[in-house]
Write a protein that binds this ligand. Structure first.
Ligand code: SF4
Ligand code: ZN
Ligand code: ZN
Length: 309
């Protein structure tokens, strides 16, 4: 039997290739929880009396994050945790995920608020995907913009000081490379573990999982017996992101630790860019009144287009 490199007592069930450690189930789970604690502290993600809204979709990363934050939050009696879920309106997929998200919230005694695309925008994601079949923007491009707004509205509704999303290290480096591939490197300055653009109606977004590998977030859910939705979204076919994901996984397989190296480079580039990229102050959108960098926000532009189709 191979023993755990940390406690040197229990049988190891996982070999963490990037660190060379053999880990037992208990030490593995604790290592993820501690990684999240360190990330939160390092980036000063929360204040001790924050009301934190966790964006819970029902997928593996978001339910794992909910369980870990619920554990950590108990150490701060003045803070509180709630869950916000966005129902994009994807038949046969999101309804199942919402049920699983609700189960996890009930199990942890966390209050959950759901907002839907249909009630906020008048369209479900299924309707948007049908209308934009000929469009050069993918369904995910619409979904991402509309979901960010929906999360902000839901977070304001529940009086949250911060939103915590479950973006993993894999999501972060994929987006970083996609920004370069798409010829949009200035967007790198707008990424990062804490969303820094300030406006009193924009609830700051944080990413406590930004240093956790997606693979290990899934493994955490398995080890802890957490239920999550396994079915992929029917629109998740963004070919380029999938190619980048597969390429990064192949690289990590061959060169363990390379994802962390890319993540480190991304942070250095972002910090250098933050000093030189001028930030446009946020104003109110002339149409909906929500915070935006231009005159009309991206959501209103998308809705205008959708209504005309
Ligand atoms: Fe939305 Fe795309 Fe995610 Fe599906 S895969 S939920 S369409 S962003
Ligand atoms: Zn151990
Ligand atoms: Zn608007």
């Amino acid at each position: 039997m191979v023993k755990c490199s940390l406690c040197r007592r229990n049988e190891a069930f996982y070999f963490r290739r990037y660190s060379g450690e053999y880990l037992c189930r208990k030490c593995f789970a604790e290592s993820i929880e501690n990684k999240v604690r360190v990330t939160i502290g390092k980036h000063k993600m929360f204040e001790t009396n924050d009301r934190i809204a966790v964006a819970v979709s029902g997928g593996k990363d978001s339910v794992s994050l909910l369980h870990i934050l619920s554990k950590i939050e108990k150490e701060f009696p003045k803070s509180s945790l709630c869950a916000i879920t966005v129902d994009e309106g994807i038949k046969g997929y999101r309804d199942e995920a919402i049920r699983i998200a609700a189960q996890n919230c009930a199990q942890l005694g966390i209050e959950q608020t759901t907002v839907s695309f249909k009630e906020l925008y008048g369209f479900t994601m299924d309707e948007i995907a049908r209308k934009t079949r000929e469009d050069k923007l993918t369904p995910c491009a619409y979904c991402g913009v509309l979901r960010r707004r929906a999360l902000n509205i839901a977070a304001r509704k529940v009086g949250a000081d911060k939103i915590a999303t479950a973006h993993t290290l894999d999501d972060e480096i994929q987006t970083f490379l996609l920004n370069i591939i798409h010829g949009d490197p200035l967007r790198i300055a707008r990424s990062g573990p804490v969303y820094k653009l300030k406006h009193h109606e924009l609830v700051p977004r944080t990413k406590p999982f930004c240093e956790v590998l997606e693979r290990e977030s899934t493994l955490y859910a398995f080890v802890k017996g957490i239920s999550f939705q396994e079915m992929p979204c029917p629109y998740a076919g963004e070919a380029l992101r999938n190619d980048v994901r597969n390429t990064l996984n192949r690289l990590e397989e061959k060169h363990p630790g390379i994802k962390y190296t890319i993540y480190g480079s991304m942070n250095k580039i972002r910090q250098a860019m933050e000093k030189s990229v001028q930030k446009t102050p946020l104003e109110r959108c002339e149409e909906c009144g929500e915070p935006t960098a231009g005159k009309i926000c991206q959501v209103c532009l998308m809705l205008r287009k959708l209504r005309s189709l």
